[in-house]
Design a binder for this molecule. Structure first.
Ligand code: XIL
Length: 369
């Protein structure tokens, strides 16, 4: 009897004390966030407190993209990335490297020779090899997982006609994975993309995994970015993709989650970073606060997705949100600059939104099977 009372007491105590995301999902999946420069350099004390108390995985929002790491050929700038890695290690966090090969935020020299002409396939492959080798080997054993290739497939499942694709062909994907694996054989290697719930992209990603595996090339997980809106995509479609990727024997991660509450100027842009619409006041309806009805839909949406992640916790290794507070979110400026969005879990005053408490409760109540 005494035992029962005691264990009941300690269980209630434990539940009552769950007040962080990382605690709520302990033993299930990592819970991560993306750090901007102020956060990497610890210039934002309130954000710093949230990052350390809530999250156990971090990724640099911009600082490890190729235009920042290698602005000129052979001239690397590792200052911010080194600080990011030191921050993560000091706080025992699972470190993600984002991103090695991406068409966007790549320096223009990468694709041109001294005369300004497009480089040959051989030259571009060597540049890929040099970049990947330098970056991955610098953080060998410290950065645990790399977004090796980002956004190589379009909504309809066809290849994005990026410089990498146009100059090298689809082989650039397997080369990138091989170079990364050679530089750190223990690192996890990922393919990462947006709008992964679309059937076309889902099928092509499955094909990509099959192709890499058939050639014995390591791919550890698929990153589903998770730039969501209040009505897109359907949870069921997102679930189909989790199941399809996991069926190929890789882990699934939600790598850049946010939920915009703002109207989209065009339904079909997914997270195409090049999209850029001129500011329109009528497209920025919540400058003075989010109305209650929208907030309710927003909260339900976050909960529905977290329920889905918990349902598939055996397949999911990490859920990362793309920023700490609403003030940090890229959604305020993409695809239209200067708007006020509410896409993340912590508000502009660094407070957890009410839904976060529900996520704590929900995450910590379901025991791992
Ligand atoms: C975004 C950053 O959040 C912005 O600060 C930057 O201006 C553009 O890139 N997909 C990705 C991320 O893989 O790297 C992008 O991050 C968002 C879409």
């Amino acid at each position: 009897m005494l035992l029962l009372v005691c264990s009941g007491f300690s269980y209630a105590q434990k539940k009552a004390t769950v007040e962080s995301l990382k605690q709520a999902f302990e033993g299930k999946f990592y819970i991560g966030t993306a750090l901007n420069l102020n956060q990497i350099w610890e210039r934002d004390p309130a954000a710093d407190k949230l990052i350390k108390s809530q999250f156990n995985s971090i990724v640099a929002e911009n600082s490890m993209k190729s235009m920042h790491l290698q602005p000129q050929e052979g001239k690397f700038n590792f200052k911010d990335a080194d600080k990011f890695v030191a921050y993560g290690e000091a706080n025992n966090m699972f470190l993600i490297g984002h991103t090695l090969i991406w068409h966007s935020q790549a320096p223009s020299w990468f694709f041109k020779n001294e005369k300004g002409e497009e480089v040959s396939k051989e030259v571009l492959i060597e540049r890929m090899r040099n970049h990947i080798t330098a970056v991955v080997s610098r953080y060998k054993g410290r950065i645990k997982g790399w977004d090796v290739v980002n956004e190589a497939i379009l909504d309809d499942g066809s290849w994005r006609k990026s410089k990498f694709y146009n100059i090298i062909g689809e082989e650039f994907i397997e080369l990138a994975f091989k170079f990364a694996h050679a530089a750190d054989p223990d690192a996890e290697l990922y393919y990462n993309d947006y709008s992964m719930a679309l059937e076309g992209r889902r099928n092509s990603v499955v094909k990509m995994i099959k192709n890499l595996k058939s050639k014995g090339i390591k791919i550890s997980a698929i990153g589903m970015q998770g730039h969501l809106s209040l009505d897109f995509p359907k949870v069921e479609e997102f679930e189909k993709s989790i199941l399809a990727f996991a069926a190929e024997g890789v882990k699934v991660m939600i790598t850049e989650m946010d939920i915009t509450v703002l109207p989209m100027p065009n339904r079909n842009i997914g997270a195409q970073v090049e999209s850029n619409f001129a500011y329109k006041k009528e497209m920025n309806p919540y400058e003075d606060g989010l109305p209650k009805d929208k907030q309710t839909i927003f909260e339900k949406r976050y909960l529905d997705f977290f329920k889905l992640f918990l349902k598939h916790e055996d397949k999911i290794s990490r859920v990362t949100v793309w920023g700490v507070t609403d003030a940090d979110s890229w959604r305020n400026n993409w695809p239209m600059p200067g708007r006020t969005d509410y896409a993340l879990l912590f508000d502009r005053q660094y407070n957890a939104k009410p839904v976060v408490k529900q996520i704590y409760r929900f995450g910590s109540s379901k025991k791992k099977p």
